[in-house]
Each structure stands twice: as structure tokens, then as C-alpha cells.
Design a protein around this ligand. Sequence first.
Ligand code: ASP
Length: 424
Amino acid sequence: MKVFKFGGASVKDPNAVRNVSNILSLFGGQKLMVIVSAMGKTTNKLELLVKASFDRDRKIYMALLDDVYDFHIHILGELFLEKHFAIYNQVEDVFEKLRDRYNEPLPDNYSFEYDQIVSLGELLSSQIVTAFLLEQGHSASWADSRKLIRTNNNYQEGEVDWNKTEELIGSNIISQFKQVDIQVTQGFIGHTPEGFNTTLGREGSDYTAGIYAYCINAESVTIWKDVPGMLNADPKWFDNTIKLESISFKEAIELSYYGASVIHPKTIKPLQNKGIPLYVKSFLNPEAEGTVIQASTTNDHLVPSFIFKMDQILFSFTTKDFSFIVEENLSDIFNRLAKVNAKINLMQNSALDFSILLDRNKVNPDEILELFKDTYEVRYNEGLELVTIRHYDDETLARVTENKNILLEQKTRQTARLIMKEKV
Ligand code: ASP
């Protein structure tokens, strides 16, 4: 059994869905667990829909709903030339419920409502893909992750109950593979013990692929993307990127921890635990090699990797009474930062200063100044970039620091991290 994951871009329009069907044809006769994301940008739109619902803005809510509806109906219209297909009713049903939902009383818990609504993007996508595969003559069936992946009720970031999930997937999916070759299901979503929908965090479909692979002891996972594999840098910030042929689980976790966005960070652990290789391949060129992520670390150092985080803000906290930065005030600083949900990209301390780097678009500097002003002098510097280089050398350091002032630098033998500002 193999697990395939197709993200939003690989099912973004009718041709993309046709392409999925063609890729699956290349694996005729094999048992494939196919995980799909919501189509195109549907998740973003459904997020806005939830917001409109809580803002009690009926006009925006209905406009967004129409937009998402038209988008899916257009795809249906191109894929299924006649309207007698049951899939039309399935899709209409989902939208009917969403229209009615606006008039129902809102729950107190935003995240709960988010999960009930946003999870529908994957539901629609998986239903449409399954219907199309059947129409194309594949041996396929639809599976419901809302009945198979059990999480706690930590809405928007459901934590998987591995024992229960393994039991549910083990008893349903494996026996169903005796009847069909392909099972299509939704990424990103699960259910609570009470049967409510949950989501696993944005971009969580990769993680779903890892969960299924773990539970069915898959021989491999393939994530189909619009890039040829895992690159050593984001082409948005870097010329002449190189594809990584083969890297270890450990290296993949390090890269995603520092911000490489190719694979959802939680995906690797279940695969590493069972030694299941993960392939990242291009859905535009499915026969090409791609990248394999596996246990061996032999090739990790061959190519340096670069991870850029732009628009960073560096805060420095200095104790007003000249007391040292030690465990006590560190825990005080962390407690205060937790109040504003700060996600730290890098930190460093000296005797009297503690510095943290945050994404500028996720913080309000005034709020932080206010929060710390009783005990600390706070300074900040914005418009910065953070670059992390794995397996750096003098040449790579020189390349990224050209025309930059370096504000802070951290190095281990494998990793260099630099906070920089453009020279003016
Ligand atoms: N559709 C979800 C998202 O856009 C999950 C995923 O695509 O991985 O975040």
C-alpha cells in the first residue's frame, strides 16, 4: 500500500483533477490511499466565511459562499458533462447546509465553528475527486477521515489519539482495500470522541498522509507538488536553487523547523517511527525522480540549504534594575510572551539583555511595550530578515550577507543563523 497526497494546487481546477486521475493510472493495480486537500484556495475562503459569520455580516457571508459554490460548480460542470451524476446532489447538500448555518445560533467557541465549516473544503474536494475517478473507470471508493482520525477537542489544532486512530483505520481501510484499489479521503480533518469535526492545523494534509501511512504500514508516502522535489531554497528569494535528491528524516525536520515550507513539520515523526520513506514529486512531471526523505543521513551535508524569513522584528528586553537575565526573569519573560501568543523565531541573551525575533505581521509592538514596561526597557528593530543556512561554508555565508548588515549571528557546526538588514 502506498499513500499519495495531493494538495490544493494539484486539485485547483478541472485539468488538475484530470491530471490526478492520469497520475493514478500510472500506478494501475496498486493499492493507493489518496489524501486530498481542499481545492485551490478554498480553505482561505472558508476561513473568511467563518469570520463573516462571527461578524454577523450576512452580505459578506453569502457573497463568499456564492464564490466558493460557483468555483466548485464550475469544476463539476467541466468534469461531468451531464448533470445526472450523484455528485451534484452531494455538493449542493454541503452548500445548502452552509446557507442555513448562518441563521443558526453561533456557538461561543470560534475554533469549534471554524472546524465545522472549514473542514467542508476537504469534504467537497474528496467527493468530487472520487466521483471523477469512478467516472474514469478507476477502482475507487471514498473514505471519511471524520470517522477514521480521532483527535481531542482542541479545535483548529486537534491532537491525534493514535491508539484509537490506528484501530479505526486498521479495521476500515485495510478491509476496504480487498474491494478497491484506490481509497480517496480528506487531509487536514478528523473528529472528536463526540463526533464533531476537527482540523489538524493549516497545511495539515501532509500530516494526514503521515497518519494514514503509519496506521496502514504503508510502503511509502508521496506528496505531489508543483515543484520538482524539495529544493535547497525558496526560488522566491534565491536564484539557482538545487533539488535535494535524498535527505534524512532528521534533516527534513530541521529544515521544516527553521521554516522550510515544503512539508508540514508534524508529517515526519510517524514516518520516521516506522521507517516509511517520503517522496516529494512533481505532479507536472510525475515520472521524474523528486526527493526522497528516508533514514540515512549520508547525503545530508552534500548541498547547503537556505531558509529565509522576511519582515522580522527583533525585540530586546533589558532589566531596569540592572539585575542579570537568569532563569527567574527568563520564565517571567516567557510567561508574558505567552499572553500575546508570540512564536519566537530566534532568541539570545547576554548578562542584561534578552532578545527575541518574531514575525512582524503577527505582533503589535505597542502591545509588547505595554506588557513589559513595568520591569524592562524594551527596544525593537524592524524590517529585518532571518536566514538559516544548513551545512554552511564561507562561500554560502558570503553569498547571503552581501550588502547586508548583520545584527545577530548564531552558529553551530551544521547551522548558521543570521539576522540581517539591507545596507542603505
Ligand atoms: N486545506 C488545508 C489548508 O489549506 C490543509 C492542507 O491543504 O494541507 O491549510
